[in-house]
Design a protein around this ligand. Structure first.
Ligand code: UD1
Ligand code: CA
Length: 461
């Protein structure tokens, strides 16, 4: 049987160099908080009841963000070092068998594959611990890996404690380890804060284990960008860029056409079907799901929405928290603002805004309209310039338009109001009362023609 795996994610630090009021792990890259990325990675390796997140700064916010994932939390009220953070977990961790992996909440690029490799090396070598390392041209600031003659890890020396010879070592400690659980819990108490900042360094475990006759092996990750930890907003932007370029690469390999992929911005959680075309500068955000054979036009934003197959969103449109069924044509310059449901084959054209509106099958609003809190029946035609007056200054009211109705251009529908199925509203009407099925409603001044008036005016003025 495979040994059990407990994962401890250190996320208690504030991250002073972010110059932010917000805890570092709450900052977002590719649409997800840094801590969410790391928890999702952990959940690909073990079950939620074996994942412990150490929180400190803004613990409440970090915990409420991550709670839906079912992981557990340990508070570290004072940040006394990485060793202390792990020590804080001791009372909470029930299963003290198998292995314990340590991850950082601010290192979101680490791949599940590298972590599996770390565990596999631990498994196959039978040593006490394995540690991820990498070679950096500029290792300043990191703990350096001091190897034994056999290439094992003899010690990890922090920058501040390193002598000139150690400072020249380019192999650095990533801070990611797999420990034999019984040995970790047994020796964690041996760590002493015998360094200038008086912190409990988890890295001291290496020498403690070695002194007990146990071995620690390094595992070199070639692609050091995987280990990029975030300290400043410059690194946050770099991580965001890397996550998004990984995402577009993955999507293209799955059959999505992405024109000028370096210009689009697609969040990690978004899903897109094959043969969909994404034009330059599109943004696809949150948990958006887009079907196959769709077109997302240049500079459009699709945010937390669901688009079925064969939906075209033409350039400069915004679709937010909405559902769009198959065959719909949206835009250019359309705005589906909030919680709309556009049924199959409907058309929403330029400068049309929808809010909390259902557009029935094949219904059309092609130009310059505002439809709010409305239910528009199948095959309705909404003329240019139609406005639902859904707000009376206090409350929002509903507009109901029955199947097959025709709303003439520049109509004003004063809600609450209902237009019966097959009804017809004359252009320029102000509709305040219900329109019966199949009726014609005219709500405008009658036209008066004064013969010769213009000619007489020209002659007298
Ligand atoms: C640590 C390692 C160093 C390694 C580097 C890699 C130690 C002593 N040093 O240094 O060898 O090269 O990571 O990035 O472990 N944290 C807590 N509680 C604490 C202290 C830290 O939760 O009391 C969290 C931080 O929020 C952060 C992570 O642990 O996510 C790492 O802590 P940090 O202080 O950044 O460690 P480094 O000095 O970078
Ligand atoms: Ca750090």
């Amino acid at each position: 049987m495979e040994k059990s795996l407990t994962i401890i994610i250190l996320a208690a630090g504030l991250g002073t160099r972010m110059k932010s009021r917000k805890a570092k792990v709450l900052h977002r890259a590719a649409g997800k908080a840094l801590a969410e990325h790391v928890v999702d990675t952990a959940l690909a390796l073990t079950s939620a009841d074996h994942v412990y997140v150490v929180t400190g700064h803004q613990a409440g916010q970090v915990e409420s963000l991550l709670a839906p994932k079912g992981v557990r939390f340990v508070r570290q009220t004072e940040q006394k070092g990485t060793g202390h953070a792990v020590l804080c977990c001791e009372p909470a961790v029930e299963d003290k068998t198998g292995r314990v992996m340590i991850l950082y909440g601010d290192t979101p690029l680490l791949s599940v594959e590298s972590l599996r490799r770390l565990v596999d090396l631990h498994e196959s070598s039978g040593v006490a611990a394995t540690a991820i390392t990498t070679l950096l041209d500029n290792p300043t600031g990191y703990g350096r890996i001091v190897r034994t003659a056999d290439g094992e890890v003899m010690a990890i020396v922090e920058e501040k404690a390193a002598n000139a010879e150690q400072k020249a070592i380019r192999e650095i400690n990533a801070g990611i380890y797999s420990f034999d659980a019984p040995l970790l819990w047994k020796h964690l108490h041996d760590i002493r804060p015998d360094n200038p900042p008086k912190e409990y360094y988890l890295t001291d475990m290496v020498e403690i284990l070695n002194a007990g006759g146990h071995r620690v092996l390094p595992m070199v990750v070639e692609d050091s960008s995987e280990l990029l930890g975030i300290n400043t907003r410059l690194e946050l932007a770099e991580v965001d860029r890397i996550l998004r370029s990984r995402k577009v690469r993955e999507l293209m390999l799955e059959g999505v056409t992405i024109e000028r992929p370096e210009t689009v911005c697609i969040d990690a959680e978004a899903r897109i079907g094959p043969d969909t075309i994404i034009e330059p500068f599109a943004r696809i955000l949150g948990n958006t799901v887009i079907g196959s054979d769709c077109l997302i036009g240049s500079c459009s934003i699709i945010d937390r929405s669901r688009l079925a197959d064969d939906v075209h969103v033409l350039p400069f449109s915004i679709v937010a928290t909405s559902e769009v069924e198959t065959g719909c044509r949206i835009g250019p310059y359309a705005r589906l603002r909030l919680e709309n449901h556009v049924e199959a084959g409907a058309h929403i054209g330029n400068f049309v805004e929808l809010k909390k509106t259902r557009m029935g099958k094949g219904a059309k609003a092609q130009h310059l309209a505002y439809l709010g809190d409305s239910s528009i029946g199948a095959k309705v035609n909404v003329g240019a310039g139609t406005i639902t007056c859904n707000y009376d200054g206090k409350t929002k009211h509903q507009t109901l338009v029955g199947e097959g109705a025709f709303i003439g251009s520049n109509s004003t529908l004063v809600a609450p109001v209902e237009i019966g199925a097959g009804g017809y509203v004359g252009a320029g009407s102000v509709i305040t009362d219900a329109v019966p099925e199949d009726a014609l409603a005219l709500g405008r001044g009658r036209q008066v023609n004064k013969e010769g008036w213009a000619k007489r005016r020209r002659e007298t003025c």
